[in-house]
Design a protein around this ligand. Sequence first.
Ligand code: IMP
Ligand code: MG
Length: 183
Amino acid sequence: METTFHMLKTNDEVRTRIKELAAEISADYGSISGDNPLLALCTLRGAVFFFSDLVRELSVPCEIDFIKVHSYGSGTRPEGAPIFDLGESIDLKNRYVLIVEDIIDTGATMDTLLKTFRDKGAADIRICTMLDKPDRRKPELREVILPDYIGFTIPDKFVIGWGLDYDDKYRLLKDIMYLSSDD
Ligand code: IMP
Ligand code: MG
């Protein structure tokens, strides 16, 4: 079996889209004050590059923090429930939270995150994802997980690069590519 790489989004396309998203987010949070700045939460490890480029383009007061989420054991399909290390030190009370994800697939990870965060008393929680794969959404989450900001909506392909991995490989690829296996 041979694995082939195909280009999905070039580095330039992703960079351009991040600037557009940052402008949109900055406009939407235009009234946010420095006394209670936006809290952008990066889901490690996949979102790290998207996140760092995005938050540095924002023109509103913003703090950053990190959570560790992991749902893939190995290979290209989810294995078991997501594992979280939400860091007890992150105080969400009355905060305006923007969760920044690499990709939303079945929606299970985001569903668990939202449930966890809603109990922590945030004033508002929004979702920004670099990629959305709506065709893979669990039927019961189709009307529940609705990202506020989407970089690109993509077909049901396993993608790598820009932080996304396959068995911990390819995270550092500068373009977003997808894999296909030819038997
Ligand atoms: P979900 O819980 O099924 O929505 O999956 C969310 C997580 O699975 C993402 O944050 C990624 O870490 C991982 N994931 C989903 N699809 C892909 C993919 O195509 N390539 C790499 N990782 C993926
Ligand atoms: Mg992720």
